[in-house]
Design a protein around this ligand. Sequence first.
Ligand code: FE2
Ligand code: FE2
Length: 476
Amino acid sequence: MAVEFDGIPNNVNLSHDKKLQRALLEWQPNFLSWWNEMGPTDFNQDQIYLRTAVSVEAGGWAHFDYVKMPDYRWGIFLAPPEERTIGFGDNLGKAIWNEAPGELRKELRRIIVTQADTEPASVEQQRLLGHTAPSLYDLRNLFQVNVEEGRHLWAMVYLLHQFFGRDGREEAEDLLVRRSGNPDSPRILSTFNKPIEDWLSFFCFTMFTDRDGKYQLAALAESGFDPLARTTQFMLTEEAHHLFVGETGVGRVIERTAQLMKECKNGDVTLAGGIPLDIIQKYINEWYSSSLDLFGSEDSSNAAAYFATGLKGRFKETTSPRITDHVALEGAYEIEKIDASGKIDKQQIPLRRAMNLVLRDNYVEDCERAVLRWNKALEAHGHPDRVRLPSQRFNRTMGLYMNMPFTPDGTLLSAEEFAQRRAEFLPTEKDRAYVKSLMKKVYEPGKFAGWIAPPNKGINAQPVDFEYVKRSPAQT
Ligand SMILES: [Fe+2]
Ligand SMILES: [Fe+2]
């Protein structure tokens, strides 16, 4: 059951927990001043058709209504408790933890802080995009993503305050101090310091980077630390919409490009203000490769320890029929080492050490599914061109292929050759400038910018031309 305490909807018994109240009430004004400084505050007066989680029950987690963003009620929700035991690792079958176990406290805190840091980071990255939204439908989706990332920050800060004492409180404060892209106080993970200044980047981010989040959250939803498992389970229900925004967003850009390729002379879509397929491909190359880095090293003793201790499982560890051995002490996983001459050396590493890669492989499969769908649009319009995911070796700053000059198809070049051909693989300043030049706001209900196709359907069964954002007259 959800109740409200001082404007904080929650199902964590907040109104009866004085200590937690004090901590959160102290943190709340700092959160609001962070939101006012770093959130999409130029749109504070607009009425936005948002979904708000008011409880975790089926009818409660997606309550739709017009809300001004500063009035959005960021709540703390955990999925309902279940009878369960630890589902994997050395503690398989033992009782789950309702408190952070002393010997795992440091690791747990690090896992929570790293996840938590991405939530405000993405809001900061997307702060100004509203000014160039291609439609009211997209504007609304952007803000939905933003307020929910704000809620995810609340969810993780609750864990820090409730289970990690003074260290947790300090970490919660620091989450509001770091800033995306700030050289002195950057966000923890590099992808979350990259600027997002156009909507193609936003769609690639929600497609590829938020999708890394899905897999990280799903692995944590298996955790033996039950409050973390239940918090992340509920976050995943909201995250699904972010991924939808990304996947359909890139898909709609490709659809529009495919239409324009037929209409424009020599298929040159720039004649009609479309985004050329090769630029889309370069954006995919950039965001996909950067998001792969978020999984960490392929061979990782940390990953092995997280699995062994029961902190972080595999994707669908306890529900997938594909996973039968939850101890994972036997078995190996293949990795591919490549030396500077390009010689491939396939090696088997113990399964537990490969857990980052196992999770990443699930992610890659999911991305491939989306790419197949995008390519259907090209096929339907009769084009032989296809978009594709670059090789996992391409453009990596982490793990086995770190800083090695691979092409998107996985061929090793010399550093000089790579530098010469870089513009074929990754967006150039000129590409970015062109994409940016197309970013002009379209705020009329049912109208869409010329570089993107409308969606197939609206939000919450509303029509596509629904007024998803009622702009305040003072701000239009
Ligand atoms: Fe999130
Ligand atoms: Fe998200």
